[in-house]
Design a protein around this ligand. Structure first.
Ligand code: PEP
Ligand code: MG
Length: 747
């Protein structure tokens, strides 16, 4: 085979493009392409294998192998040399194919006479589409140049596959993005939804992978690179006061924007005949393929950054922005790699569900989705590569499953599940005005957790008696700077008005740990959950907390006011915070402002230490609210953010229940009202256990109030307590087994 030159390569790409522009069915086109490549590269064989499903490759066209084998020969991912190319997303180049490890001879193809083999992946943005192979009789290795040329051809094929050029008969050739796909992610917010995909960042579509004039394409690339550098510099100039991680990402962007190696590779792609945007995508595809193989999280993040900056470059080159003119479909389900809390709030309740590739349960987006009560699945890997705007999609936030383009049978079963949930909702609505009174006569007050003005309508809808926890972080998280006192006072006033006299417990700013303000300088902490957070920040840097307390006092405007401090670990922290509050009350009095009719100052018990505080703490606190999410994390020393351990320990663990009983006893001894406001309060069996050990007030997501009230009204709490005691007496680790068994007879 003669040496291949860049102009040979360009000629081949142009012939390829012209061939693809001719009318014809998918199969005809593939046949023409294999013929063309074999002819142009002067090899005896050229074959295209495409994925039939996620695990199987199918020979879809060939020049040189037996035609009868087309659509008959299949191999599993990783099987044989073709399977190896697909699996590793790396070329295989050998002069002696039969001697290669893993070689599998396919007798129906007649390939035994060919010694040399070169296979390259057909992939687009890390998504494997198939394998392109050339073979020849002569036993020789292909040159680096030939490997490169074939990779460029594969890139064009990938773009064409994406555009649906090969649609035709045969399942492996049917348009991609047509098949059902199931994603197993992690539940970020419970609930189910059926709707249509709305991509937060629609993919850039490259319609002309082949460039006519390399000079023109180089100029386009250089101009776009220049714009990219300027835009990154602008971003960097604007980072005053942003946290170090943001700067770090931007610095990485800058590094890539100035990377000679990156530009050189893209220029080489262009010289081979690709258009500027196809060259960007080719390098992006290899980066994505590498990303999937890199075990080191730091390096993976850097490759992610390269991916982001490639997208910016593509948008500059194609002029395709986020606004594509597409209209939000009915029942939109947002699909994104990740999304900021502000952007998610902008969509608001218009969304029926959210699916993210990244994210953690405690991420800001998850906090917002929870506040909006929108089903959320996180860690749905690769969904942005698979989903297209408007695709039908089912989100199961309970199990963390997402069905993209579901089969009819799956959709029907899913709808049955939604209908059952709707029926249950009707049942809950019928008891909305009734108290959560257990069969033994004990009444448990059910309150709701909130964090947005938009949550307040749920107060009436859910039958909650009040807001047991109003998280005030969101207003801080979604802005670029600290909100002003006036803005906060206006919001808090509207919340109180909307509560129509029902009690609202405002929790002062709980930042740090998982909740990081984008504009606040924060020390690099080795372990933020145990670090400078919540009241610790409020006491050490009192400016913001003071401003917030003033806003609350103004907002009350003569109404009763309830405030609680998060994450109090020792009595003195509570006393210091209370002193600050009282000083602000005094200041308001001096300024002649109306004071709240009554002020309650409470503490959140979120660290085991506070359960052992001196009596004077329990006597001084107007109320105590157990923040079970944090308390459980610290009781079991199991990070609530860490998927590996966060579900490891059961709230119904008998040691934990005994510990909670101790808290109930301390509060009862001091006559201090006690509530529980962690997520566990919203789970029916957990709620029964909490009530059984003595909690008389639970605060939860509004959607949980119905189910919790329903079960509480059907059980006898004395019996439940007996069941827990029996589990303890038997030395069992968890009371769950016995409680479940006992509940079966009750409901
Ligand atoms: C908790 O820790 O249980 C709690 C209610 O607070 P957050 O989840 O906001 O930390
Ligand atoms: Mg907490």
């Amino acid at each position: 085979m003669p040496e291949r030159t860049e102009s040979d390569s360009r000629k081949l790409l142009r012939r390829l493009r012209d061939t693809l522009a001719e009318p014809g069915e998918g199969q005809e086109r593939l046949d023409r392409i294999t013929h063309l490549i074999a002819d142009s590269m002067q090899t005896e064989v050229c074959s295209i294998y495409l994925f039939r499903d996620a695990e199987t490759l199918e020979l879809c066209a060939t020049e040189g192998l037996r035609k009868e084998a087309v659509h008959q020969t299949r191999m599993r991912l990783g099987e044989g040399l073709v399977g190896r190319v697909a699996y590793t997303a790396q070329p295989v180049n050998t002069g002696n194919a039969p001697a290669e490890k893993g070689f599998r001879y396919m007798p129906e193809t007649g390939e035994e006479i060919y010694s040399s083999f070169l296979g390259v992946p057909i992939q687009r943005l890390g998504e494997r589409l198939g394998v392109l192979v050339v073979q020849s009789r002569e036993a020789r290795q292909y040159s680096d140049d030939e490997v490169y040329a074939l990779e460029v051809v594969a890139m064009v094929l990938a773009e064409m596959t994406e555009l649906g050029v090969f649609v035709g008969e045969g399942e492996a050739m049917s348009a991609r993005h047509k098949q059902p796909v199931l994603f197993r992610g992690v539940s970020g917010q419970e609930g189910t939804a059926e709707g249509r995909v709305w991509l937060h960042e629609p993919r850039v579509v490259v319609t002309n992978p082949v460039g006519d004039d390399p000079k023109v394409e180089m100029d386009r690339l250089n101009k776009a690179m220049e714009d990219l550098r300027l835009s990154v510099d602008d971003l960097l100039a604007d980072t005053e006061g942003t946290p170090p991680e943001h700067r770090e990402v931007l610095e990485t962007y800058r590094m890539f924007a100035h990377s000679k190696g990156w530009v050189r590779r893209m220029e080489a792609d262009i010289a081979r005949g690709l258009s500027a945007e196809a060259a960007v995508e080719k390098e992006q595809s290899s980066a994505r393929a590498r990303m999937q193989q890199v075990p080191d999280a730091y390096l993976r993040d850097r490759l992610h950054d390269l991916d982001d900056i490639s997208n910016r470059l593509l948008r500059l080159l194609t002029g395709q922005g986020r606004a594509t003119g597409a209209v939000l479909p009915d029942n939109p389900i947002l699909v994104a790699r990740s999304i900021g809390p502000g952007e998610l709030l902008e969509y608001g309740r218009a969304l029926k569900g959210v699916v993210l590739e990244e994210g953690s349960v405690g991420s800001h987006a998850a906090i917002v989705a929870r506040a909006l009560a929108i089903p959320l699945v996180i860690n749905a890997e690769r969904i942005t590569a698979e989903a297209l705007n408007g695709d039908p999609i089912l989100v199961d936030g309970d199990q963390g499953l997402v069905h993209l383009r579901p089969e009819d049978s799956v959709a029907t079963a899913f709808r049955d599940k939604i209908a059952m949930q709707a029926k249950a909702q009707e049942r809950y609505a019928s008891i909305r005005e009734l108290p959560a009174q257990a069969r033994c006569g004990t009444i448990v007050a059910l309150h709701m957790n909130a964090g947005l003005m938009a949550d307040l309508p749920s107060l009436a809808g859910s039958g909650a008696e009040g807001v047991g926890l109003f998280r005030t972080e969101l207003q801080f998280l979604i802005r670029n700077q600290v909100p002003r006192r006036g803005e906060l006072a206006a919001l808090y006033a509207r919340v109180m008005q909307a509560a129509k006299g029902k009690r609202v417990v405002f929790r002062t700013l709980d930042i740090g740990s998982d909740k990081v303000l984008p504009y606040m300088r924060r020390p690099d902490e080795p372990n933020p959950a145990l670090g400078w957070r919540a009241i610790r920040v409020g006491l050490d840097k009192p400016g913001v907390m003071r401003m917030q307390l003033q806003a609350l006092l103004r907002a009350a405007d003569g109404r009763p006011l309830s405030v609680m401090f998060p994450f109090v670990a020792e009595a003195d922290e509570f006393f210091a915070a209370r002193k600050m509050m009282l000083a602000e009350v005094e200041r308001e009095r001096r300024l002649g402002h109306v004071l709240p009719a009554r002020i309650e100052i409470g503490a959140m018990l979120e660290t085991p230490s506070l359960a052992f505080a001196p009596d004077r703490f329990f006597e001084a606190a107007d109320f105590v609210s157990v923040g079970g999410n944090d308390l459980k994390q610290f009781f079991f020393a199991a990070d609530r953010e860490n998927e590996l351990v966060r579900r490891r320990y059961d709230m119904l663990n008998t040691s934990y229940l005994a510990f909670l009983e101790g808290i109930v006893a301390r509060c009862a001894g001091a006559g201090t009202p006690l509530s529980f406001c962690g997520e566990d309060a919203g789970r029916p069996i957990e709620a029964i256990a909490l009530a059984a050990v003595g909690f008389r007030m639970l605060s939860m997501r509004p959607a949980s109030i119905g189910p919790v009230k329903h079960v509480l009204r059907r059980v006898d709490l004395d019996e439940a307590r007996g069941v827990i005691e029996a589990a303890k007496a038997a030395g069992e680790t968890s009371a769950r087994g016995r409680l479940m068994e006992w509940l079966k007879g009750q409901i």
